[in-house]
Design a protein around this ligand. Structure first.
Ligand code: AMP
Length: 108
């Protein structure tokens, strides 16, 4: 069950501020509040989905590729395409996921 009051849902709704990198009708990218590397950006689909599996199963055709194409666009915007980066998606309790809205970490 998706918790619609989780912190990323509130950020998407604009109820809690964030350091926005990019936003459109389907995705939001913003700086992690507690960065673990020089560049630490979070990317979320606006779809109400709690983890990776939920994102995949609930997404309409095209939405998954759209999310990752936007991720690549942000990687370019951040200037780390050539220097390299990690993309991490913690999923579920054994995956160490703390915020129950699917997200990726971009670490550069
Ligand atoms: P995860 O363990 O994959 O669920 O990661 C959750 C991430 O969200 C952590 O890296 C937190 O630092 C980050 N985080 C939590 N609250 C906020 C917030 N209000 N704004 C930005 N990042 C946040």
């Amino acid at each position: 069950m998706y918790d619609k009051n989780n912190i990323f849902a509130k950020i998407i709704k604009g109820e809690i501020p964030c350091e926005k990198i990019y936003e459109d009708e389907s995705v939001l990218f913003f700086n992690d509040i507690n960065p673990i590397s020089k560049i630490h950006v979070l990317g979320v689909p606006k779809l109400s989905c709690k983890d990776f599996s939920d994102f995949i199963s609930k997404s309409k055709p095209g939405a998954i590729s759209n999310f990752f194409k936007k991720t690549e666009m942000i990687i370019d915007k951040l200037g780390i395409r050539n220097t390299g980066y990690k993309i991490i998606a913690n999923s579920g309790s054994d995956g160490g996921q703390e915020v129950p809205h699917f997200h990726i970490h971009i670490l550069g």
